[in-house]
Design a protein around this ligand. Sequence first.
Ligand SMILES: Nc1ncnc2c1ncn2[C@@H]1O[C@H](COP(=O)(O)OP(=O)(O)O)[C@@H](O)[C@H]1O
Ligand SMILES: [Mg+2]
Length: 243
Amino acid sequence: MFPFRKKRVEEALVPPNPAEDRAIELTSEELRLLRQPRSAIAEQIRQLRNSIQALNPDGAPRTMVITSSVEGEGKSVGTLNLALALAELPRMRVLVLDADLHRPAIEDYLGLPHRQGLSELLRGELGLDQAVRATSVQGLCVMGPGRLPEKPSELLGSDRLKTVLSQLRQRFDYVLIDTPPALSINDSAMLGALADGIVLVVRMHSTQRHLVEQAYNLLENLGGNVLGTLLTAAGEPNQAYSR
Ligand SMILES: Nc1ncnc2c1ncn2[C@@H]1O[C@H](COP(=O)(O)OP(=O)(O)O)[C@@H](O)[C@H]1O
Ligand SMILES: [Mg+2]
């Protein structure tokens, strides 16, 4: 059903190569901000970006977790489009961090090869500068998940993650953290409590309301701060304005 839902082959990963990454054009149709920059969906994402910016008038560096109640609601695609919308602003430095160590998708949506990343960084096997990958889009960097660990929660729960997040705050204006669904995997709520804010992705007309409420309560009860929601599959009500 979903193109990237097939099991990830556990290959032996090598460190990223900056020249290789920068040369890759981002072509996926899912990247609405690049492919259909004037569509209603692109505008909706820019509105979310503007609201997030409005909540941060001082322009302080921010870490934000993107999550949803259940799988397939559009977290990964939403994370990338929000990152692209932020990167449209002048001098903005944005990092997309793929912290879904169960079903990562960021590298695949960007067409980037799987390389070492977050897991190796947290294990001390890769430096931060190597783990952060530039892309062909100005202002946009990514960090992939690296080799998927046996016990993702243990790796993400280590103190080292806090250090990594504070180092990333010094280098980027926004760090957007893609995560697994909140109701099935505890990692999102745990990461949400560490981050400055959470965006809850909700698939319209599909996800049951009580599940959204459950996810919201779970995230807030564990210390997270839900800043807003991103509605996906909402149709294109403003078709007349899109090109
Ligand atoms: N705004 C949207 N409108 C319609 N479909 C979307 C939207 N965002 C994502 N999708 C689709 O939903 C599917 C799952 O998206 P994905 O971001 O991988 O989900 P998740 O990360 O929440 O599991 C993809 O096929 C994607 O094309
Ligand atoms: Mg995903």
